[in-house]
Design a protein around this ligand. Structure first.
Ligand SMILES: Nc1ncnc2c1ncn2[C@@H]1O[C@H](COP(=O)(O)OP(=O)(O)O)[C@@H](O)[C@H]1O
Ligand SMILES: [Mg+2]
Length: 457
């Protein structure tokens, strides 16, 4: 048995799990990253506000140079305590300045008040800066006060978070695909068990059915249809077997007759008339054999799906009349009369139709007593034409009706009168109907037995 690894259901499921995990991690990770990033972005500003609020009152309270020395020392101390923090004080008066502001800082300090980003030349990341103005107080002029914080640590945190999220996502996706494969293998166990069981079903299939228990509902329908296929195969198989047995039976009696007659003739010298009679009788048996074999060949070709091809537009009443002429002597012998009613034009292969009519009519003659009447009715219906051959006769039990068109099926299983009848007549009628896209029917009511065919118009 060929297996295609890339087609494996377990692999495909685990691939889908991986895809789902990837999408979920991307969505959750992206949302998480955005939220944390927003929070991180606010942190420097909050820290600046907090630090400024501690300093603000001291800055506003004092205006003398002595106090400014103290404030400068305080700012210096704070800057040394936390290297991320920088202070600048800009004013016209060098006595009230701090942080050695260069031209760029001075220009920045004259800009609008509030929170800003300030890129210093020696820093990889911008500083977050809070710019405020202090009004003049005592001897000191108005000041511009700047407090800045280095955002490098925040950027580092952000970067680390991104790496951690990507790492987690990769590990998560890998785990989802491995676990997915494992879970899929477990989930598919019933399927594997089922295929093992199917392998155990070896011909001749007798009573062999898939029996999985417990049966998962997803597989119930499959098991059902598989089992009914097995059932049909089994039936076809047993029909084939009994067909073979029937064929052997049918062939045996003419052969036995042939051999018996020939042996008797050979026991001693016979007159020419005697040999003539034996040959005559042998010829009849041989013709019987040929007719059985012809019928079987015809059925075999119909089985292979051969359809009627040489269709000609034909009047059914005309065909029935021709067939009756052909059966003239038989009808006379049996002393039965045939009445034909109705007519229709159909597309039909004439030789086939005639063969079907002969089979139907000769059956009817065989089952009709002397002096009685056989009725042939041709009726046009909506989408089809029916030809029914009805003869008076004892009712046929309903259990036989659907099976009469089967090969070798007879109501009287003893094969009486098997001289001329080998049980394939109605099977051939049915094959001919099917070859024309039609069907057969049989009815047994009010003392009349009707056998017939439907043909499409
Ligand atoms: N007109 C009929 N009336 C009653 N029974 C019939 C009639 N035609 C066919 N049958 C039944 O159907 C069986 C099958 O018919 P057929 O296939 O022609 O085989 P055969 O005539 O060789 O027995 C017959 O054995 C008979 O039991
Ligand atoms: Mg017959």
């Amino acid at each position: 048995m060929m297996t295609y690894p890339h087609n494996s259901i377990a692999l495909r499921l685990s691939g889908m799990f991986t895809l789902v995990a990837l999408v979920v991690f991307l969505l959750i990770g992206g949302a998480l990253y955005q939220q944390v990033d927003k929070g991180l972005g606010l942190l420097p500003e909050a820290e600046l506000e907090a630090r400024y609020s501690v300093l603000e009152s001291a800055l506003n309270r004092f205006g003398t140079p002595e106090h400014w020395v103290k404030i400068n020392a305080k700012l210096k101390l704070l800057g040394e305590e936390d290297k991320r923090i920088r202070f600048w004080v800009v004013s016209g008066d060098p006595g009230y300045e701090y942080g050695q502001p260069d031209a760029a800082i001075r220009a920045f300090a004259q800009g609008p008040l509030g929170m800003h980003d300030l890129q210093l030349p020696d820093h990889p990341y911008p500083l977050k800066v809070l710019l405020t103005e202090l009004p003049a107080k005592d001897q000191r002029p108005p000041l511009r006060f700047m407090i800045g914080i280095d955002t490098e640590t925040f950027h580092e945190t952000q970067h680390n978070l991104l790496i951690a999220l990507i790492g987690l996502a990769i590990v998560g996706v890998l785990m989802a695909s491995a676990l997915g494969y494992w879970v899929a293998r477990i989930g598919l166990k019933p399927l594997i068990k089922l295929s093992h069981e199917a392998q155990r079903l070896a011909p001749p299939l007798r009573a062999g059915r898939l029996r999985l228990s417990p049966l998962p509902p997803e597989l119930a329908q499959f098991v059902d249809s598989f089992n009914s296929t097995l059932e049909r195969v089994e039936q076809a198989y047993s029909r084939l077997e009994s067909f073979n047995a029937d064929v052997a039976h049918e062939l045996r009696s003419p052969l036995t007759n042939l051999i018996g007659q020939t042996q008797v003739a050979l026991t001693r010298g016979r007159s020419a008339e005697h040999y003539f009679e034996v040959l005559q009788s042998n010829l009849e048996e041989l013709e019987r054999l040929r007719s059985i074999i012809n019928d079987m060949l015809f059925l075999a070709s119909a089985d292979q799906g051969n359809k009627a091809t040489k269709l000609t537009s034909t009047s059914l009443a005309d065909e029935v009349a021709t067939t009756l002429e052909y059966l003239d002597f038989i009808l006379e012998d049996a002393q039965v009369e045939v009445q034909v009613s109705g007519d229709a034009l159909v597309q039909i292969e004439v030789a086939h139709l005639r063969r079907a009519l002969i089979n139907l009519l000769s059956n009817a003659v065989q089952h009709t007593g002397p002096g009685q009447v056989i009725e042939v009715r041709i009726e046009v219906e909506a989408h089809q034409v029916s030809i029914g051959v009805a003869n008076p006769g004892s009712p046929i039990a309903s259990e036989h009706l659907p099976r009469l068109f089967e090969r070798f099926y007879r109501v009287d299983a003893s094969r009486s009168n098997s001289g001329n009848n080998h049980g394939l007549g109605l099977a051939i009628v049915k094959a001919i109907a099917l070859m024309h896209g039609g069907d057969v029917f049989v009815r047994s009511d009010r003392g009349m037995n009707t056998f017939g065919i439907y043909l499409p118009v």
